[in-house]
Write a protein that binds this ligand. Structure first.
Ligand SMILES: Cc1cc2nc3c(=O)[nH]c(=O)nc-3n(C[C@H](O)[C@H](O)[C@H](O)COP(=O)(O)OP(=O)(O)OC[C@H]3O[C@@H](n4cnc5c(N)ncnc54)[C@H](O)[C@@H]3O)c2cc1C
Length: 425
């Protein structure tokens, strides 16, 4: 394994490091670098936590260890795409631009690659909640993480076998579930008793109370510990053997090291350092219903409608869609209408026209094999990367931060970094 050690800062200190990107991954990374003695500057073109990390469902989905690309996904992709209310969308105007990525996505469905991706996801997800606990205990914010449990629900009674099969599959990964119906379901989630036939209950699942508030707390702790923050876009990266120069509108900034955590925007920035990664922005949508309607006790996912609803401090949030539309297209209005329809089907009280509902679109950073990049630049060890956590960026943020900072400091990594190499493409 490559490593740097701490010799490069003045007088044996770890030295300065810039964390580019203040989403959940960058914020966790900035704090972890501080814990390891680095002098840290966080740089974001916006206020921290305003990217994808602002509007996610707040669910730590550690049970999701199947890569997005698999023979099963490919078999159902066309019918999902053709269904205007389906979970998968690809605006026609974007099709020509995404073909090279799609070709890699299809190639990633080979059984050997699926197994590699699965193992990479299992390693990150198993370590995810303990890493979050360490991070939040350290900043005195452990109440932000709750063992809420999770319900995967089915409305159609004839789909009972689907739930049983899924429970058997999850048992292979030691994910405990309970098949619930009738009185037990009504006891766990009274608001769904009238609309849901049966569900799988995940008693050990966790959520965070409010994704954006979490970002704000991490940022406040970072600043209280002496971290610097610059609000400006980084235009280009110039790595060298003895440091990294960041080009900005107001001039060049010099650091001993830098870590790129710019989520779905990382592809463009890496190109300036001579690296091409097949990163795509997977657009997802949310509706946040007025805080007064927090009728759910825990996050729930609909197996049939393929969307998630979470009770958060800011209200009840419905999230969904995998839309491959890049970083620039406007939101497709119909997605909000579909999310509204799905939400109201499960919770009819959400149909109240007087209710305040906020709409949002965000960009998940997704690589064809569903694994993030957590690695050094192949030629310049002072430039590192942590991005590409797709649908699981909140779940994996704290462990990704521990992993990338351990690489930077030359410490024993908490998990094997090999699956997340930038050179794998
Ligand atoms: C609808 C939806 C629901 C989701 N639900 C969940 C969930 O329940 N659980 C889960 O684990 N994950 C979920 N996710 C995924 C998760 O939100 C993302 O994977 C995660 O937020 C990515 O974090 P990040 O820090 O890598 O990127 P971001 O949060 O997008 O942060 C990247 C930051 O980099 C900054 N930046 C970019 N380029 C530059 C530049 N050149 N210079 C300076 N700054 C720059 C941006 O301003 C931004 O602040 C969901 C995503 C969506 C869209």
């Amino acid at each position: 394994m490559k490593h740097l050690g701490s010799e490069s800062g003045p007088a044996g200190r770890p030295g300065t490091v810039a964390i580019v990107g203040g989403g959940i991954v960058g914020l966790c990374t900035a704090l972890e670098a501080q814990r390891q003695g680095f002098e840290v500057t966080l740089i974001d073109r916006e206020a921290p936590g305003k990217g994808a990390s602002f509007g996610n469902a707040g669910y730590l989905a550690t049970e999701l260890v199947e890569p997005l690309s698999s023979a099963k996904t490919l078999r159902s992709a066309l019918s999902m795409w053709l269904n205007p209310h389906g979970p998968l969308a690809l605006p026609l105007g974007y099709l020509h631009r995404i073909l090279p990525w799609l070709a890699r996505f299809v190639a990633a469905a080979r059984p050997a690659q699926v197994e590699r991706s699965r193992q990479g996801l299992v390693a990150l997800n198993r370590a995810a909640v303990p890493a979050w606990q360490r991070c939040l205990d350290d900043i005195g914010a452990s109440e932000q993480l709750c063992r809420s449990g999770y319900l995967l629900v089915w409305e159609s009674a004839h789909r009972l076998e689907d739930a049983r099969r899924h429970a058997d599959y999850l048992q292979r990964w030691n994910v405990p579930t309970e098949l619930v119906r009738g009185a037990r379901l009504a006891e766990l989630e009274p608001a769904l008793a009238g609309t849901v036939s049966h569900a799988l209950y995940f008693p050990e699942a966790c959520q965070v109370r409010e994704p954006f508030r979490l970002c704000q707390l991490l940022f406040a702790a970072f600043q209280a510990r002496g971290g610097s923050y610059l609000q400006q876009p980084v235009g280009a990266l110039q790595p060298a053997s003895d440091g990294v120069v960041l080009q900005t509108d107001t001039g060049n900034l010099n650091f001993d090291r830098a870590i790129v955590c710019t989520g779905a925007w990382s592809k463009q920035l890496l190109q300036t350092a001579g690296i091409n990664v097949p990163l795509e922005a997977e657009r997802g949508y949310h509706l946040s219903f007025d805080a007064g309607v927090n009728s759910l006790q825990r996050p729930i996912g609909s197996a049939e409608r393929r969307f998630v609803m979470s009770p958060l401090d800011s209200g009840l949030r419905a999230v969904g869609f995998t839309e491959l539309g890049g970083l620039k297209l406007k939101p497709v209005r119909q997605r909000f209408a579909t999310l509204r329809r799905h939400s109201q089907a499960l919770l009819p009280e959400l149909a109240d026209p007087a209710m305040d509902v906020r709409e949002w679109i965000g960009h998940r950073p997704t690589l064809p094999d569903s694994l993030p990049v957590i690695d050094f630049h192949p030629q310049y060890e002072r430039l590192l990367f942590a991005f590409g956590n797709q649908h699981l960026g909140l779940t994996q943020a704290a462990i990704s931060a521990e992993l990338v900072v351990s690489l930077m400091k030359g410490m024993q990594p908490p998990i094997d970094p090999e699956p997340y190499s930038v050179a794998r493409f």
